[in-house]
Structure formats: structure tokens, C-alpha cells
Design a protein around this ligand. Sequence first.
Ligand SMILES: Cc1ncc(COP(=O)(O)O)c(C=O)c1O
Length: 368
Amino acid sequence: MSETPAPPVRIRPEVAATPAYRQGQTPTKPGFKLSSNENPFPPLPAVLDAIARRSAETNRYAAAGMPELRAELAGRFGVGPERVHLAAGSVAILYQLVQAVAGPGEEYVFAWPSFEAYPGLGLASGATPVPIPLTGDARHDLDAMADAIGDRTRAVLVCSPNNPTGPAVRREEFDRFMARVPADVLVVLDEAYREFVTDPDAVRGEDVLGAHPNLVVLRTFSKAYGLAALRIGYGVGDPSILSAAASVGIPLSVTGIAESAALVSLEPEARAANDERIARLAARRDALADELRGLGLAVPDAQGNFVWVPEGPADRGGVASAAGLAAAFAEAGTLVRPFAGHGVRISVGEPESVDEVVRVVRGHLARV
Ligand SMILES: Cc1ncc(COP(=O)(O)O)c(C=O)c1O
């Protein structure tokens, strides 16, 4: 067995012990890539034009603070532009916020399984992750999360809809939860998939932000807007919290090309085209979830652009092994994301991918 060679310099032991974030793989066979919750639609022509135009200025840094884009986003939340913070993906803001509020010996709480980056967010600052298991129906256990808040807690992350399991947090349970969170503990409502939500009872950042100065809402252009490779996301909240996040962020990391693509995506024509795509993806998600439930699987409420197949006993709607199902997909040339001991996340992809997913799952269930 080959061993990893020792590094030539001293690495902090807690860093050496932590695996790096693992991205969804790229297929090696012709097939579907359903492992990274990407948008299967190609960029809109207006976005490609904006990228081409802005490419002619790559010798220049983008304008400081990107005021036009921040004003546009702020308007959508009904707040001032000082309440909007941009970064190279919303994942960058997650790191910034946890680093800004939680240091050695301090804790941040989140549901688990959830976004795979969460456990590593406190690494640089020395903060301790506190994962709280989801409920039996794959939802946040907000009561247990509130119970876990103690003197050392500096932040709580709420992921709605939850990646990888799918359900959204309901407004009424969010309100009850916020009433239990001390006012000096940061709450991050991570709404990376908010645009795909069709549950009318789901919480929505715009509706709750005003009531809670300790709340920051995160959104991204990676998913519903299909700009994943350009890396641009944003946070909305109290300017002093966002300014602390910016202080630990890497300067100048949002590119002018990403700024231009985001701005053009918010123009009325592009928004209408995107809204139509989002509605099609949500309908495709619902159809896929229904088909999988028809095979006897306990697919939880799916509110993002992905569905979840739990690992567990067959008579409770589970598959025997997440790794086994993912291997069956890989064999067929399609990539999905297994979470060992928990389940398999399948992104909603091209229209033809739905039949292929159902075909592979049906074949797998017949064999095991
Ligand atoms: C829940 C959640 N939050 C944040 C992100 C980060 O997205 P980005 O950094 O591309 O904005 C992701 C990406 O998959 C996610 O699933």
C-alpha cells in the first residue's frame, strides 16, 4: 500500500487530520453528471454575451464593492446596499462568517447530514463543529439544534432546503427556533436552493430578515442561475456582521466577469427565461421523486434541484447501501453522490436523465 509522503513543512495537526472538500466527480463514460446539484441548462445567450464583453477588460480589477450589483440585490430584499455582501460563491461567505464569530473553544451548530462543507468551516479559526442529526423524515431537528446552543455557541447554520435530503424548513418552525436563539448568536439561513422551493409554507429569507438582526441569509448564482463555474454568491444581513465577514475574506476574489454575468441574469428578460427553467426543473424533480417513491423508496419531500434516497431497511423504503447504489449508477455511466451510512443524493439533470435514473434504481433494487 502506498503511503502519503510526510509534508516538508509542519502542518497544523487539526488541518492535517481534515480531508479537503470533495467535489462531485466528472463522468468518465458518456452519461449524466448528477453529483453536484448543477443546473443542466446551458448559460443564457445574454449571459454568454455579457461574459464575452467583460472578457475584453480582464487586465483591470473589477470596481471596488460592485455597487450596481449590490444595489440590485438589495432592492430585491427591500434593504440598503450596505446589507449585501458578495463573495466568490456562497461557500466563501460561510467560511468567512464562521471564522469571524467562532474561535478556539467556541462552537457552531448545524444539522447533519447537510452541506458537506459545514464540518470544515471552523478549521481555520479553531472552532468546533456541532452536528445535530436530522429527524427521521430527513428534516432539521430545530428543537434539538436549539437545545445544543450553549455558552460556547457562536453560530447556527440552517440549510433550507437541506442539501442533501431535500425538505425546506417551514416558516412557523423557523420563527419558533429564532425565538429560542440568544440574540448574540449568529444564525445563517443558507438558501442556496431557495428558487426551486414550491412548498408555500417554507421559510423565505426576505420575510424573516427584518425581525432578526443576528440573521444572515445566503443565496447563490450557482444553482438556479446556472453560473456555478463563475463563482458568485451573496449574503444579506446586518452591515457590521457582513463587514466582519469581509475582514476575513480574501480581497478581490469576485471577478468582473462573474459580476457582469450576475447583473445580466437579473434583467427582466433573463429573469423570465430563468424562472421558466426553474419551473421546469422543479416539475422534473417532482416527477423523479414520484417515480422513485413508486419503486417503494422513502424519498423525502424534495424542495431543491435534487432528490434523496435514504440508506436503510427495504421495508422502510431504504436502499441497503448508498455506496452500492452509487456503484450501480457509475457502472451505467451516471454519477450521483453517496453519503456513507445515510443515503444517495441525485441531482435533477437533463430530461432524459429521469428515465435513466429510474431504470438504474429499478435494476439495482431487483438485484439486491
Ligand atoms: C447548501 C449549500 N450552500 C452553499 C453552497 C455553495 O454554493 P456556491 O459556493 O457555489 O455559491 C452549496 C453548494 O453546493 C450548497 O449546497
